[in-house]
Each structure stands twice: as C-alpha cells, then as structure tokens.
Write a protein that binds this ligand. Structure first.
Ligand code: NAP
Length: 242
C-alpha cells in the first residue's frame, strides 16, 4: 500500500487524513509531528518511504533547501506544501484559485488585502496575481516580514484604494478592517479549524474549500489526473466534518 503523510508542528488538528481517506481508500496517510529542529533529519531518513508528503506550518519555507528541485510555482511562491520524491510543489495557490472561482468571486482589476506574510500568504499573493488583481496590499503583525510580497503596509488604513477581497492568512480570530471597502467586498479565512469570523459583518469564504482543493491537486501530483474534480470535492465535503 502507498504511504503518504502530512508533516507539521503542531499537526494534530490536520484534516488531511480524513480528506485522503475519501479520495483514495488504498492510501495509508499519516499525520507526523516534526519539530523544526528535526525537519532535516526527518527528510533525509524518510524520503524513500513515502509517495509524498503534505507540508504544513511551520515548514513550508524551511523545507525548500532540503529538496533537490522545485516546481515553477513553488519556486515563484517561495513555499512548498507538497513533496513528491525529492521535488517540492505548491498546490495551496490552486486551492485559492478554485475557491474564488467556485464562489464566483472575480478579482480581476480589483484590490486585495492579505493579512499575514507566511507561506500561505505567499500562495494567496501568487493566486491573486494570476487572477489579474490590481493592487495587492499585505499587512503583517511583525513589521519587516513579507517586504517582497506586495504593497507592504504597517496599518490597514494605509490601503489607499477600496478593497474588494480581504484574505486572512493567519490564525488570528479578529482583524482590523481597512477604511475603504467596496460595496460587495468579500472575506476569505484560510484558517479552517476554527469558527472564528475574522472580518466582522463581511461575507467570508471558508478555508475548508481551499484545503480540499489543494488536497485534490496534491493527489494528482502523486498519482496522476482525476476525473470530475468538482464532484469529488462535493463528496469529500459531505463526508468530512470538523
Ligand atoms: P506561517 O508561515 O507560520 O505564517 C503565519 C502568519 O500568521 C505570519 O504572517 C504570522 O505573523 C501570522 N500570525 C501568527 N499568529 C498571529 C496572530 N495571533 N495575529 C496576527 N498574525 C498572526 O503559516 P502559513 O503556512 O502561512 O499559514 C497561515 C494560516 O493559514 C494558518 O492558520 C494555516 O492553518 C492557514 N492555512 C490554510 C490553508 C488551507 O488550505 N485552508 C492552507 C495553508 C495555510 P508574524 O510574521 O508576525 O509571525
């Protein structure tokens, strides 16, 4: 039986094993807690034992120097959430694109504000650029991080243009709202294992949709193309519960 795993720290909350149990009954998928100081030894000792791994917080950037090759997207994003063999990939950005598409959120020529500057924020920024967003503002708790990500602001009111999409790429329960929002502005909360609604009063897309989409695209990297992805995604959502 093929083996795969999600590696992170902490990793107990991960829903990936449940998702992969629906996608592929014959895949043995584990959650493995790998502390940062053990990442290198884990990668060196285990690469041949798995068809691949999902990589989650806090390893998405740290794993890059431990891999022999990156997909173009992972290289451009600067974060890896899937490993196959010794190559790193990014499917988080595809999760963002598919979630926006299925909820008919069109961000072409619209302004986006991303909260956070970690690996997930990098994937969101890449997805928004691919979708033709106009300005992409980035607001992060720690000043100085994510300077290369977009228009870095130190306070949300520094966003001078009306924002159409607010994206939380942090575990924070609440975010300050910017001064200027478009009438139909949407939120998108990447955090999927919390009931928190970080953008008070704004209709917000769920991180669970993104998580399922990135898993479907992960499976395709490991095993090849899947048919009827939309139907599969609906089936996964109906079978997993938080
Ligand atoms: P990361 O690389 O560790 O980055 C975490 C980011 O969150 C950093 O910008 C950090 O700011 C910020 N942050 C942490 N705690 C905060 C707090 N209490 N208040 C405000 N900002 C805070 O993690 P990541 O991989 O980017 O993941 C970020 C979030 O997205 C996680 O919650 C993760 O579960 C979620 N995510 C969801 C999916 C999905 O498929 N739905 C995929 C990927 C990630 P500093 O720089 O100041 O530390």
């Amino acid at each position: 039986m093929d083996r795969a795993a999600v590696i992170g720290f902490p990793v107990e909350h991960s829903l990936s094993p449940k998702i992969f149990a629906v996608i592929a009954e014959c895949l043995f998928y584990e959650k493995i807690s790998v502390p940062p100081e053990k990442l290198q030894s884990f990668v060196e000792a285990n690469q041949g034992n798995y068809v691949g791994w999902n990589v989650t917080v806090p390893h998405k950037e740290a794993i890059i120097p431990l891999l022999s090759e990156l997909s173009l997207e992972a290289e451009e994003i600067g974060a890896v959430n899937v490993v196959h063999g010794t190559k790193g990939y990014n499917t988080d950005y595809l999760g963002v694109i598919e979630t926006l598409r299925e909820h008919e959120v069109d961000i072409r020529r619209k302004n986006v504000l991303i909260y956070g500057a970690g690996g997930a924020a990098r994937a969101v920024r890449y997805a928004c650029s691919k979708l033709g967003a106009a300005k992409i503002y980035v607001y992060n708790r720690t000043p100085g991080r994510g300077m290369d990500l977009g228009i870095r602001i130190d306070c949300v009111d520094q966003a001078e243009d009306a924002i159409s999409l607010l994206v939380s790429a942090t575990p924070a329960a609440v975010h300050p709202l910017p001064k200027y929002l478009t009438e139909n502005a949407k939120g998108f909360n990447l955090l999927y294992y919390s009931e928190a609604d970080p953008f008070a009063g704004i209709s917000t897309l769920k991180g669970l949709d993104m998580l399922v989409w990135q898993a479907i695209y992960t499976f395709e990297i490991w095993f090849g193309p899947l048919k009827n992805k939309q139907e599969l995604k609906r089936g996964i959502l109906s079978k997993i519960s938080i």
